[in-house]
Design a protein around this ligand. Structure first.
Ligand SMILES: Cc1ncc(COP(=O)(O)O)c(C=O)c1O
Length: 382
């Protein structure tokens, strides 16, 4: 994989078309790790369902949409590596973890093992559930040390291992498939936060539970997410069957809220199908090229340090200011003067690892060398 994005017009028409299928932006959208840009067709499908609800009745519209929703669950299940019956629509990644922690057979005081790069709010969810957190050893680049994990599983196995597959605050991807193998051999469940991973890296890793959100790399609507649970666990889940629940539903489906943003689920179902049609492997390759190209393009700029690991397959890049720049002001100036959208990543995202805020750059497949040159030039004037 080239570490530089090819100059001039993208040689692969697919990525140019990907951009054309979305509403125009004032400038480079480098904020897909916050929320991706939905395709116009996805926005239209979401809107059309909402219109239909007002025309024929919300519940009749939902019944009519049920083949679309089932196909959406199947597409997402394929991407997350669980059976279609093991997939539930929820309201986001945060909601998914809450549902998982409520349904999973856990005792107060049980231990969850996490990496130092763990997403901060997940640690709050573990504390709310009365769980203790233990830290996994990592290599210099922040990836978990698999040999340490193997020893931990053998000597003092936690109730679960939880990995955030793609970190939100810097280019870091955890080896979840390898961890899943070790956890399976030790009989310890692996849970995966794939909020930044779905539509970005390979998420069919053999995790026992995996959850994500619609709006980031898959570029589906906001307010929708999903939770997938491997079949081995279905019988042990503690799910109270609501009296009003439709009979005969697969157990994981009982985690879906009855009242929900169904129009968003319809939009997400289309976004998932479009991602499968585009080719997840091609998107993964392209995003890794975009991430490396972004880091190569910003490397060596006065006033900014590019965080590693440089060769990570993540499309997320993080910059640390070295001249005391105010990141909130920088972000506002990038938007106001250049139409460039970025995020200021606060330390609460990864409190065990971050000591200062970072400027996060997260382009999608349509990123061009011109976009990156614009960013570099805009940043060099701060
Ligand atoms: C790694 C990670 N986990 C979880 C979340 C929360 O996702 P949601 O806002 O859909 O609840 C995010 C959102 O940025 C994230 O980056």
């Amino acid at each position: 994989v080239s570490t530089q994005l090819s100059a001039g017009r993208d040689p692969d028409q697919r990525w140019h078309d990907w951009a054309e299928q979305r509403p125009a932006t004032p400038g480079p959208h480098f904020d897909n790790a916050a929320a991706g840009r939905s395709a116009t067709s996805v926005l239209r499908a979401t809107c059309d369902h909402a219109l239909l609800e007002a025309q024929i009745g919300a519940y009749v519209a939902e019944e009519l949409a049920s083949p679309v929703l089932d196909a959406g669950r199947a597409a997402l299940a394929e991407l997350l590596g669980v059976p279609p019956e093991g997939l539930a629509f929820v309201e986001g990644a945060t909601g998914a973890l809450k549902a998982l922690l409520t349904a999973w057979p856990l005792e107060i005081g049980d231990t969850v093992a996490v990496a130092p790069s763990e997403w901060g709010p997940n640690m709050e969810a573990f504390a709310d559930r009365g769980l203790q957190v233990t830290e996994l050893a990592v290599r210099d680049d922040g990836e978990i040390d698999l040999e340490h994990l193997r020893r931990l599983l053998a000597t003092s196995p936690p109730a679960a291992v939880h990995l955030t597959q793609v970190a939100s605050h810097r280019p870091l991807v955890q080896p979840v498939a390898e961890a899943a193998e070790l956890c399976r051999a030790a009989g310890v469940p692996l849970w995966v936060d794939a909020a930044q991973a779905l539509g970005h890296v390979d998420t069919a890793s053999g995790a026992d539970a995996i959850y994500s959100t619609s709006r980031k790399w898959l570029a589906g609507p906001r307010g929708v997410g999903m939770l997938g649970i491997a079949e081995t666990w279905w019988d042990t889940l503690k799910i109270r069957v609501p009296a009003m629940a439709e009979g005969g539903l697969p157990v994981v489906r009982l985690l879906e809220s009855h009242e929900a943003h169904v129009a968003g689920r319809v939009g997400l179902s289309l976004a998932a199908r479009q991602h499968l049609e585009l080719g997840p492997a091609a998107v993964r390759l392209r995003l890794s090229e975009v991430g490396r190209g972004t880091r190569a393009s910003l490397e060596g700029m006065a006033g900014w340090h590019v965080l590693g690991p440089f060769d990570s397959p993540s499309a997320i890049t993080a910059l640390r200011p070295t001249d005391g720049q105010d990141l909130t002001a920088t972000r506002a100036r990038l938007i106001g003067e250049h139409g460039i959208l970025t995020t200021v990543a606060a330390t609460a995202r990864a409190p065990r690892e971050m000591s200062a805020p970072l400027l996060r750059i997260s382009p999608h497949v349509d990123c061009t060398p011109d976009d990156l040159a614009r960013l570099r030039s805009a940043l060099s004037t701060s």
